[in-house]
Design a protein around this ligand. Structure first.
Ligand SMILES: C[S@@+](CC[C@H](N)C(=O)[O-])C[C@H]1O[C@@H](n2cnc3c(N)ncnc32)[C@H](O)[C@@H]1O
Length: 316
C-alpha cells in the first residue's frame, strides 16, 4: 500500500508570490518543474483558470498521474507534461515546441510522499525495498551501485559533502567489511548496518537519515540539476515573471540564495527566506525543513541599471 497523495508545501505562500507578480497577461504560461502529484498546479489552476500548464518531472509515475488528472485540460491544449529534468528545459522547448517564456515557474524540490512511501522506490529506511532511490527510473545509477562498488574514499566524500556527516568513517568501514561478504542490496540492510555502527544519537532522528539523504542527492544529481536548472529557468521568465523555489536541504537553499543574489536577469523578491507557519509545521511534519525563495525577472530596459546598482558596475 502506498499513498497517492502529496500535501503541497507552503501553498498559500506560493500562491501569494505568484498573485503579487506584475504580469499583464491573464492567460499565463505556468511551468511546474517538479510536478509530483500536481498539488500546487491544481491550486494555481483554480486561482488562474485561464493558465496553460507546462509540467516536468523525472518520475514516470508522476507523468502518468498528471496525464490522468488533467486529461480534459490536455484535450483543450492547456496541459502539457514531459518526463525530463527541469535542468533540460531548453531541450524540451526545442524538441516539443513549448513556449520560450513563462510568467510563473515553480520548483518544489526533493521527493514526493508517494515516492517516499513506496518501498520499491528505495528512498526511505522506514520501508523495506531495494536500494534504488532513482527519481527517473531510466537513469543508470542506483544507490545500490554506489554502496557496493564505489571506493572507500568516494563514500567518505559523498557522506561528508552531501550528507554533512562530520565523521562518516565507521559507517564506511562497516560498508566495506559487509560488502566483502555479499552485496548490500536493501534499504533495511543499509539502515541496519548504520544503526549498528553509530547507534542513535538524537531521539527521533534515525541515524541513517543523513546517509540516505547523501545517496539520494548523488543518485539524482540533485544539486547539479539545481545549479544548472536555476540558470536555465531564470532566462525563461517574461519581464516581471517569477520563479519560486522550495528547498528542503541547507545545501540547496545556499545554492538558490547565491544564484538569485548574483543573477543579472533579475532580483530576489524577499530578502529573508520564507518558512512555513507553525500551523503548517504541526499539520505536515515534512514541511518543517522547507524554505521558500522567489526571484523576479526585471523589465528588460532596467536590467542593466539594476545589475550595475547592485554590483557597482561589475559584470561577471
Ligand atoms: C516535492 S515533489 C513535488 C510535489 C508537487 N509540488 C505537488 O504539489 O504535488 C518533488 C517532485 O519533483 C521531482 N523532481 C525532483 N527533481 C527533479 C528534477 N531535477 N527535474 C524534474 N523533476 C524533479 C520528483 O520526482 C518529485 O516528483
Amino acid at each position: 500500500m502506498h499513498s497517492q497523495n502529496h500535501y503541497p508545501v507552503m501553498l498559500n505562500e506560493v500562491m501569494d508570490m505568484f498573485a503579487q507578480a506584475d504580469i499583464e497577461n491573464p492567460s499565463h504560461n505556468y511551468l511546474d518543474g517538479t510536478f509530483g502529484r500536481g498539488g500546487h498546479a491544481r491550486a494555481l489552476i483554480d486561482r488562474f483558470p485561464e493558465l496553460s500548464l507546462y509540467a516536468l518531472d523525472k518520475d514516470k509515475e508522476a507523468i502518468e498521474h498528471g496525464k490522468e488528472q488533467f486529461a480534459q485540460r490536455a484535450k483543450n491544449k492547456k496541459f502539457f507534461i514531459e518526463q525530463a529534468s527541469f535542468a533540460s528545459l531548453d531541450k524540451v522547448i526545442e524538441d516539443k515546441h513549448w513556449p520560450a517564456k513563462y510568467d510563473m515557474i515553480l520548483l518544489d524540490l526533493g521527493v514526493s510522499s508517494p515516492q517516499l512511501d513506496q518501498g520499491s522506490r528505495g528512498f526511505s529506511f522506514y520501508h523495506q525495498g531495494p536500494l534504488d532511490m532513482r527519481m527517473d527510473q531510466r537513469a543508470p545509477l542506483t544507490a545500490e551501485e554506489i554502496i557496493n562498488y564505489w571506493s572507500e574514499e568516494e563514500l567518505v566524500d559523498i557522506f561528508r559533502d552531501y550528507g554533512e556527516v562530520f565523521r562518516p568513517y565507521n559507517v564506511v568501514k562497516s560498508i566495506i567489511r559487509e560488502r566483502k561478504k555479499g552485496s548490500i542490496s536493501s534499504t533495511s540492510d543499509l539502515s541496519g548496518l548504520i544503526e549498528r555502527s553509530v547507534g542513535w544519537k538524537k531521539k527521533g532522528k534515525h541515524p541513517a537519515t543523513q546517509y540516505f539523504m547523501a545517496l539520494r542527492l548523488v543518485v539524482n544529481r540533485e544539486l547539479e540539476d539545481l545549479k544548472e536548472g536555476l540558470q536555465a529557468l531564470m532566462k525563461r521568465l517574461v519581464p516581471g515573471g517569477r520563479l519560486v523555489v522550495i528547498t528542503f536541504h541547507s545545501l540547496e537553499d545556499r545554492i538558490v540564495k547565491q544564484v538569485f543574489k548574483t543573477s543579472e536577469y533579475g532580483k530576489p523578491v524577499n530578502k529573508k527566506v520564507i518558512k512555513p507557519t507553525r500551523e503548517e509545521e504541526l499539520e505536515n511534519k515534512r514541511s518543517r525543513s522547507a524554505k521558500l525563495r522567489a526571484f523576479e525577472r526585471i523589465i528588460e530596459q532596467s536590467l542593466k541599471q539594476e545589475f550595475d546598482k547592485r554590483h557597482g558596475g561589475r559584470h561577471e
